[in-house]
Design a protein around this ligand. Structure first.
Ligand SMILES: Nc1ncnc2c1ncn2[C@@H]1O[C@H](COP(=O)(O)OP(=O)(O)OP(=O)(O)O)[C@@H](O)[C@H]1O
Ligand SMILES: [Mg+2]
Length: 206
């Protein structure tokens, strides 16, 4: 299975919600957008320029510069502090340890967890864990945040907080692409697409 031929443009500052049944191809679409998977045909353009999808180095550089990823499960390392966890996301891209630390503090502040830097992730609620995962993604200063069901494991209170954070980040200029099963959350997005059986449809209904 895969995605059917499809055209999708994502504009700077957009808040794009992707919905659709399980197995429809939402994560596949997100992986293609985030340059984790290659489309088997077609063009990939970034900033108006066609990207050579056979050039591994270009893809790595572009992925690192453009995208931050947040998934349903938080992928935090237990036994290490919250600060360490955020710093670890920068190990391969930021050489200076001092800068990694400063960025980690700054992005934890942005997600409202500045006072939790020395905690173990195991001491945090699900919503707080997810905010640490956001901080880890934000520390790399991505233009686009790709979120694959980030509220999927959260209760409604925590999920509301994460959504609030996403809207705040979007207002500050970050482009957000969000896979969600929650119709309410999808309705609050600026742009909506629905994926059904690998087909991507723009949904203009409000
Ligand atoms: N690496 C892979 N190789 C082959 N097929 C895959 C691969 N990953 C996913 N698929 C298949 O592609 C289809 C779309 O999967 P995808 O993970 O994109 O769905 P989804 O919409 O994200 O579903 P969910 O809501 O359950 O996360 C499914 O039929 C799935 O089994
Ligand atoms: Mg999925």
């Amino acid at each position: 299975m895969g995605l059917h031929p499809t055209d999708l443009s994502i504009h700077d500052g957009d808040f794009l919600a992707i919905t659709g049944p399980s197995g429809a191809g939402k994560s596949t679409l997100m992986n293609v957008i985030g340059l984790l998977d290659r489309p088997s045909a077609g063009l990939y353009m970034a900033h108006g320029e066609t990207v050579d999808l056979t050039d591994e180095r270009t893809i790595l550089r572009l992925r690192g510069r453009l995208f931050g990823f947040v998934f349903q499960s938080f992928h935090l390392l237990p036994g290490r502090s919250v600060l360490d966890n955020v710093e670890m996301g920068m190990l391969y891209s930021i050489r200076s340890r001092q800068e990694r630390k400063e960025r980690a503090f700054e992005s934890l502040r942005k997600v409202g967890l500045a006072h939790y830097t020395s905690k173990d992730p195991r001491q945090l609620s699900g919503g707080e864990k997810q905010r640490v995962a956001f901080a880890r993604a934000l520390a790399l200063e991505p233009s686009v945040l790709l979120c694959d069901e980030p509220t999927g494991n959260l209760d409604s209170t925590n999920s509301g907080k994460v959504l609030g954070l996403l809207q705040e980040l979007n207002s500050s200029g970050i482009t957000v692409v969000l896979i969600t099963h929650d119709q309410k959350i999808a309705e609050s997005a600026k742009t909506r697409v629905v994926v059904r059986d690998g087909r991507v449809e723009l949904n203009d209904e409000t």
